[in-house]
Design a protein around this ligand. Sequence first.
Ligand SMILES: [Zn+2]
Length: 447
Amino acid sequence: MSSHLIKNVTIVNEGKIFIGDIRIKNGLIDEVGTLEASATDVLIDGTGKYLLPGVIDGQVHFREPGLTHKADLYTESKAAVAGGVTSFIDMPNTLPNVLNMDTLNEKYQIAAEKSLANFGFFLGVNGDNLDEVIKLDTSRLLAVSDDGLYFTKKGNLLADNPDTLEKLFAHCKAFIAIHAEKEQIIEANEHLFKEKYGEEVPVKYHPVIRSVDACYQASKQAIELANKHNARLHILHLTTEAETHLFRNDIPLKEKKITTEVSVQHLWFSDKDYERLGTLIKWNPAIKSEEDKEGLLQALIDDRIDIITTDHAPHAIEEKQKPYFQSMSGAPMIQHSLNVMLEFFRQGKISLEKIVEKMCHNPATLYGIERRGFIREGYHADLVLVDMNADWKVNKENILYKCGWSPLEGTTFHSKVTHTFVNGHLVFENGAFHEEKRGMPLHRMSH
Ligand SMILES: [Zn+2]
């Protein structure tokens, strides 16, 4: 059985940066230290490169089953691995919607055949299946979520239905992740803009329609209700500076009952970009102001925000390039999320240790994922090697998404993922893929 030995590499892990060697054997991190090569070791020279734990993306939409004209578990997991993402958790708004355990288990089966990265899935919850979810044993579920389900049936956002939300918080023991926007506020705003512009509302008004207030009111109420019932609540993809003040940073993540995340696009883009990119950066919740963007980064650094996700949500380009109301919300990001964060490091805005904490360590802690997210002996060898001095430009030729486009096209990044290991298997090596193995399923650690 061969093993890999990465020599003389700069390791970023658990708040420290140090130079060392690491041996990968039988799918695990075998040893970290100053190591001698053995006859069976395949050597990788890590000189000048950085080694991070593989990124765990806690929110993606890979579109399979049912929407595979946009994306599928093979294509998007391949793009993920090329970007240093070794595990992902996928949302329930595939077709059929994931509203029961059979549908959930079917997704695990498809992924076991197709995904190059490790895979986990949210169980969907909304007004239709609330009573069944409450009765379920949810102890091994990563989480239940309503994210994306309102696209198939309006009025199913939990944050919009305080009674439903309260019933869920009062009776469901699962980890509950919700999309927090108030549809009533959004619909009133839509109505005003429709009166003025008809169907041709300029996309720059998207953050005025899906407003700060719509987000803030929803998050505030959800947190109050969760606190009342001592429920475990995670607010997905925070987008406003105002909301960051609803979260604590005076206790460790493990003790928090209320957590949140930011998606990379809300740190990277602001409302200044609507003129250049139009509906390509139409997301729900919306990309907001420069002040919101800066406030989110600040809250990430001071630990009010716990993890970084992408909300990777590919659509065919024809589905995006439509008038405001018809253009679908969401865009693909997973291939470039680590690159985006490493640009902020280059600009002196965030440390490497903090990036690793928010993209690797904390998602594992938050979702109870066993033996991943850290560089520790005996842990699964999910690892990423990064060259910090390699300029490259995002273009159609190097985009791996099935949809074939990215809102980052034309952007130059200054760092590059060179190697990605998933469960000790070198899946990605200098632009080439070794696809003979599949990722492993993720479940919540049983206690
Ligand atoms: Zn989402």
